[in-house]
Design a protein around this ligand. Structure first.
Ligand code: PLP
Length: 351
């Protein structure tokens, strides 16, 4: 099996933790593991004075929590919609009846930041919801510019950084982000099932609403004081998380990002040789989205038969390949040159 999807291929040392007996969680030892994980997460995202709420839920669970606890008490949310994950913010706000306004960005395009500023100036929202990387298209947005607009108009900034954490530079404090979200099955490269809600020191001063029992910020923060979650945590995943974080801290965030980036750039060269178009105007390091020339549906089925997993993109002949986790240049060569290569494109340019 070869994975070019999330979370990518995982080292045996981390995988094997999942096959071992796991400890009882209401102990001082488990509390220490949670506290230590929180400290490392805050360090990696550069928000040393913040807090991290751990949810046993996929990333959307943490998005849901943001809307019920925080956005629901705001007057108006302003939502950046550049693809399906931006739409998810919109759906959540509508679901919980939170007044909102959207700013649409075309498929795989960057934002017109002047236009965005003008809309924020006239709309005067109190909270801005966006993705750092819109994973459905591979487009990375300029958080420095978004952050400057939010600061200028005093709008609280909430960022879904699920697919940029540990693959593109992310500076929570520097960019004045109030709430950031990440999850286990992307940059952290462990199984899905945990999501992390990062709260800045500033947002921690606020009073939150109580509209979601399981995800309640206050209850979760209270338990976090003693290194616990209010309800049963996914114990095995916490053990894998801790091992991953220890390793990531040793490698260093810049080196991790550089390694993801190198794989992305290498694969994009192969795309060029294969005459595959990469539509993103500013592509993230996390994934490469690309169009093959023909036979996308057959290709996907053929690869599945060979236990090769890539992500379909919702548009004919459009695919996404993740660069997270264990991936060598040989793996990428193998994918780009795999038989039946003639299914991929009309002609292969000789390099
Ligand atoms: C993966 C992802 C999510 C979360 O999806 P889940 O299936 O709930 O884990 C949310 N936003 C972005 C940008 C993502 O890449």
């Amino acid at each position: 099996m070869k994975s070019y999807v999330f979370p990518g291929n995982i080292e045996d040392s981390i995988l094997q933790i999942g096959g071992k007996p796991f400890p009882y969680m209401r102990t001082a030892q488990f509390s220490e593991l949670v506290k230590d994980s929180e400290r490392m997460l805050l360090d990696l995202i550069n928000c040393p004075e913040g807090r991290v709420i751990f949810y046993t839920a996929s990333g959307t669970g943490a998005m849901d929590a943001v809307v019920t606890n925080y956005v629901s008490q705001c007057e108006k949310a302003f939502i950046l919609v550049g693809g399906s994950f931006g739409h998810r913010w919109k759906n959540l706000c509508d679901y919980y009846h939170c007044p909102n306004e959207i700013f649409e960005v075309p498929f795989a395009r960057d934002i017109d930041y002047a236009q965005l500023e003008e809309r924020v100036r006239t709309s005067r929202p109190d909270v801005f919801l966006c993705q750092h990387h819109e994973t459905s298209t591979g487009q990375l947005y300029d958080m420095e510019k978004i952050s400057a607009i939010c600061k200028k108009y005093e709008v609280s900034l909430v960022v879904d950084a699920i697919s940029s954490f540990l693959s593109d530079t992310l500076d929570m404090s520097g960019w004045g982000i109030d709430i950031c979200i990440t999850s286990s099955q992307k940059g952290l490269n462990i199984a899905p099932g945990l999501s992390f809600l990062f709260l800045s020191p500033r947002v921690l001063q606020k009073v939150f609403s109580h509209k979601s029992y399981y995800f309640d910020f206050e209850e979760n923060l209270k338990n976090l004081e003693r290194g616990q979650t209010p309800y049963s945590p996914a114990t095995t995943l916490f053990l894998q998380l801790h091992a991953r974080l220890q390793s990531d801290m040793k490698i260093g965030v810049d080196n991790i990002i550089a390694s993801v980036r190198a794989k992305a750039l290498y694969f994009r060269e192969l795309c060029k040789q294969n005459n595959w178009e990469v539509p993103a105007e500013v592509p993230s390091n996390c994934i490469t989205g690309f169009f093959v020339r023909k036979n996308g549906d057959i290709l996907f089925k053929e690869l599945l038969k060979q236990e090769i997993f890539i992500m379909p993109g919702g548009t004919p002949n459009y695919f996404r390949v993740s660069h997270l986790g264990v991936q060598t240049n040989e793996d990428l060569d193998d994918l780009a040159r795999r038989k039946p290569i003639n299914l991929y494109s009309y002609e292969r340019k000789e390099s």
